[in-house]
Design a protein around this ligand. Sequence first.
Ligand code: MEV
Length: 433
Amino acid sequence: MPTSEIHKFYKKGFKERLEIVKEFASLGEEDLATLQKFGAMDFETADRMNENVIGTQQLPLGIATNFLINGKDYLIPMSVEEPSIIAAASKIAGLARNTGGFKAEADKPIMIGQIQVLGVKDFEKAKKAILGKKRELLKKADEFDPVLLKYGGGVKDLEVRKVESKRGMMLVVHLLVNVSDAMGANAVNGMVETIAPEIALLAGGKHRLFIISNLAIYRKARAKVVLTPGLLEGSFSGKCRFVKGPEIVEKILDVYALAAADQFRATTHNKGIMNAIDAVAVATGQDWRALESGAHSFAAFGKNYGPLTKYSRDKEGNLVGEIELPIAVGLVGGAVKTSPVARVAMKIAGVKSAQELAMVMACAGLAENLGSLREIAVRGIRHGHMELHAKNIAVIAGAKGEEIDAVANQISREGNITVSRAKDVLEGIKKEK
Ligand code: MEV
């Protein structure tokens, strides 16, 4: 059996790496050709961004349209393999334009860095000693990243917490850092590392871990959208035909109520939100794992796990949708500048600050979520998904050229998106010709 233990794989050239992987996984020449297609990213760039690079994994980069946020128009780049995400988000964004679009805001980009101190005998005394030296500690941490200060960022505050654990009481310091337009992990990690020994000394213990927290509770983004029932109503193929606005609002509130009351549903509800947020993150070169962990942790922060969006009906009967979650993203660092596609995606997003990007992502999450709820409240998610596949189904059934749209439209209208029905429809079209 071939082994995955390969000595100094990182030092090997591209071709050699490919050869090793080819042997290991019994790849064919076609597989190798696929791996060698680097698209917009050449090997050298990819190799700088990751370890042991042998190829690039490609995702389609799509654009969510129609977004009007705080009066500004946005095209939102999304890299993801699920077509309904862009479709749902664009649909809701289109409807929202009639009521002024989305209103959004984002907190200042404050991240938390943690320092863990063990063996502290007297917590209150240690806390007092640390807080007594707060100014000096903040200054020292700031010295780690003078560039951040130049861009209006820097250390803002320090908090001392007591955490009871299975291995006894721990003193935990939170350093609050304005990371400006960065995601912030590098700056924060460097700062907590710089002051950890002094913190431990002041606390009379020893420091262990010092690292950023991805639960970015001080860096949240919020967005809101109001839709009249008339905007939400419409024709749905499949089980239902035309569903009136007040009825759709009612149904959406029903499905939302389950998310608010039940963790099983809340998890899927939030998955829908993150469908869009992650897709923007991937397109623009963000750390989507940090966003995911922060979002789900926030969904259970100080309460039972719940939905990241909220829906209600206002006095006029309109549906009001709101979202709030931590969104730690950057315009500098990470893959943002190194990935050629991310650079272009960022240009498309047209954001001037990390806060603006966070607002755009919050709106994308809200729009995608509402688009999903509108579908699942009325006819289940399968129909909308299948409609997007109708053209593929038509092609599989043998349709060519103009026949593709004709067949796809008819099977979508009928809500019977199957290859066998597409074949029948195609035969009918051919006979008519
Ligand atoms: C599918 O990717 C996402 C949904 O399941 C979200 C939801 O159920 O709200 C449709």
